[in-house]
Design a protein around this ligand. Sequence first.
Ligand SMILES: Cc1cc2nc3c(=O)[nH]c(=O)nc-3n(C[C@H](O)[C@H](O)[C@H](O)COP(=O)(O)OP(=O)(O)OC[C@H]3O[C@@H](n4cnc5c(N)ncnc54)[C@H](O)[C@@H]3O)c2cc1C
Length: 234
Amino acid sequence: LGGQADYFIKPKTVEQLKDVVRRCNENNIRIYVMGFGSNLLISDKGLRGAVIKLEDEQFAQIEFDGEEVTAWAGAELSKLVLTCVEKGLSGIEALTGIPGSVGGAVKMNAGGNFGDFGAAVESVTLMDGRGNVFEKSKPELAFDYRRTNITAKFILNARLKLNAADSEQIMRTVKEIWIYKKNNQPLNTKNSGCIFKNPRGVSAGALIDRAGLKGLQIGGAVVSEKHANFIIAE
Ligand SMILES: Cc1cc2nc3c(=O)[nH]c(=O)nc-3n(C[C@H](O)[C@H](O)[C@H](O)COP(=O)(O)OP(=O)(O)OC[C@H]3O[C@@H](n4cnc5c(N)ncnc54)[C@H](O)[C@@H]3O)c2cc1C
């Protein structure tokens, strides 16, 4: 689903990323950043420019220091949640069942009925479109419904402040959230969602459902029967 990009680049280190950014700038190549693509719909016309995905080596790291965790942008969110549960660290179990990368979760302030990622983020390391690396910490970071005030091109990592807790208790919460999501979202298909943000006080999925659009198919894109705010790729 979706067209091709001119370039698809997966740098393995911050230094390599700087190099890629410099070369894109020198050649006037537009840069697009992707995480794991769970909230992206790419036009069939594709993208003119370079898509950069941070998922390998340095970008996949998760570093623990007591109740502080530094999660790099390409680390898998579900792996981060489960590793924290195993280590008895509470604070991000609300993210259970949300696909994607840490970078995507920061950018989108991923979350839902049970809480959001931003609540655990103390600081982020960022890179701008010129390759400059800098930090932004909590007083100057704002997380809102599916958005942040981060405008830098790349989120490199996020430092989280979690709380020591009983692993078994956290795991019980994780299971409850997982069952809720499994019952309400099309987790076993190739899909993207939620596609539309909720208007204030109303569920976008419920509105789409009420408009009778569940099951609507255009090309390879189908509105999910399970949750109308998800589009499934056939
Ligand atoms: C089945 C399913 C269930 C979902 N449930 C939820 C849910 O309950 N709650 C929720 O909030 N979301 C949910 N989502 C949406 C999605 O999982 C989240 O938005 C997720 O955080 C996106 O992460 P990603 O790595 O896939 O980002 P992508 O989809 O690849 O990118 C999303 C945005 O983040 C930007 N981005 C990604 N990485 C970086 C980076 N390192 N630096 C700068 N910008 C970056 C991209 O440019 C893009 O603008 C769901 C999606 C699916 C398919």
